[in-house]
Design a binder for this molecule. Structure first.
Ligand code: PMP
Length: 413
């Protein structure tokens, strides 16, 4: 394996694939450290979308003319590329959605709403993104279900022993985040799911932050459902994926209905289409699916093992450098982490940190990262978060460190 570590030439080539990384922000070279919010897009993705709109765009699944057939073929081919990427068994198991949020809602409203009864229990964790809390809370309210949370410790790791205690004969679903977007913790999902499976519990993985930082194999993980967004995997916004095991999906009733998801409609009744169309009502995000497929091909072409090794190296480098600044405290110090460093800096508000860094061309995220319960656990209102991707460099981190020192000087702490 030809490593990307100490390989500045190849990293420079990779950076050249991303037009936005060549721009300046506030007159300074653009340092992008917010890939956990959304990754930047390589030219191959932009080109795939432009190619569609320029050369063959038409609506899909509807018409017999050539361009419509070609658009349909590319859209369905995108499904196949994603199927292989996550090692799903069948193409019917890949449902295109607008993103992880819609995928998780689909599980709640099309699976859980019909299969859970009053008093049934759902286990999630304290480190979930709101997208994996609110749909369950809403459903729990509607159906009198019980929502239980696996707690986190002071390092931001799940407390395994507590999970064992939460599982009960009434547990019907375990749904959790693979990699926390505010702490960077990598959760031992395989073990958690194995324990749930032993007692027949349906498992659901929020892979929004892991699809781009791990090798996902749905069969190896043995998860029943999995959700992710294209825009965090170098693809377009507005497209996402729900993976579901065929036998489960096939028994589910769609929560969005309308055109393109039916076999037949009469004034009396509707017969739904087979999978996957049943869950893809209305005109789909054609450019999103085609752009996402281009992103996956690009991502794989770099070598996932090489990406993970390099990103891990960058994470260690950034962690060490940030820890050298005594005024900074890292939030989330789990043993197993990926590409995300949340921190606070004395009592300077994270928004002020973000604003000062912005002037220096550095983009980080500040706030509660749609994980208010995590902030509550740590007793803080917000964090600053630097998140990394394979297009970042040690130099990006050096500039961040310099920027943080400017913040400290500005506030005189
Ligand atoms: N889960 C996690 C862990 C996330 O990081 C995000 C996005 N920040 C989501 C779910 C929701 O993703 P989207 O907004 O793309 O639907």
């Amino acid at each position: 394996m030809n490593s990307l570590i100490n390989n500045p030439q190849e990293i420079a080539q990779i950076r050249n694939d991303f037009p936005i990384l060549q721009t300046k922000m506030n007159g300074k070279p653009f340092i992008y450290l917010d890939s956990a919010a959304s990754t930047q897009k390589p030219k191959v993705v932009i080109d795939a979308i432009t190619d569609l709109y320029t050369n063959y765009y038409s609506n899909i699944h509807r018409s017999v003319y050539h361009y419509s057939q070609l658009s349909t073929e590319r859209y369905e081919n995108a499904r196949e590329i994603i199927r292989k990427f996550i090692n799903a068994n069948r193409f019917e198991e890949i449902i295109f959605t607008s993103g992880a949020t819609e995928s998780l809602n689909l599980i709640a409203y099309s699976y859980a709403r019909f299969n859970l009864q009053e008093g049934d229990e759902i286990i999630i964790t304290e480190m979930e993104h709101h997208a994996n809390i609110v749909p369950w809370q809403q459903l729990a309210k509607e159906k009198n279900l019980i929502l239980k949370y696996i707690p986190i410790n002071e390092r931001g790791e799940l407390v395994w022993e507590e999970y064992a205690k939460l599982l009960s004969p009434r547990t019907k679903i375990v749904s959790l985040v693979h990699i926390s977007n505010s702490l960077g913790t990598i959760n031992p999902v395989k073990e958690i799911f194995a324990k749930a499976k032993k007692v027949g519990v349906v498992t659901c993985l929020d892979a929004s932050q892991s699809i781009q930082h791990t090798q996902i194999d749905v069969q190896d993980l043995d998860c029943d459902f999995l959700a992710f967004s294209g825009h965090k995997l170098y693809g377009p916004t507005g497209i996402g994926v729900l993976y579901g095991k065929f036998d489960l999906l096939d028994k589910m009733v769609p929560f969005k209905t309308g055109g393109d998801m039916i076999k037949s409609v009469t004034l009396e009744k509707t017969i739904f289409a087979d999978l996957p169309e049943r869950f893809e009502a209305g005109t789909q995000n054609i450019e999103g699916a085609i752009g996402l497929a281009a992103a996956v091909i690009y991502f794989q072409s770099l070598g996932i093992d090489r990406i993970l090794e390099y990103e891990n190296h960058l994470l260690n480098y950034a962690t060490e450098k940030i820890m050298e600044i005594p005024e900074v405290k890292i939030i989330g110090t789990a043993e197993k982490k990926a590409s995300i460093i949340s921190f606070i800096l004395e009592d300077i508000h994270p928004h002020d940190i973000g604003t000062i860094l912005d002037k220096q061309g550095i983009a980080i995220r500040t706030g509660q990262h749609c994980t208010q319960p995590v902030m509550k656990c740590f007793g803080i209102p917000a964090t600053a978060r630097a998140s990394l991707a394979f297009y970042n460099t040690e130099e990006d981190i050096n500039v961040l460190i310099k920027g943080l020192k400017t913040v400290i000087q500005t506030f005189n702490v």
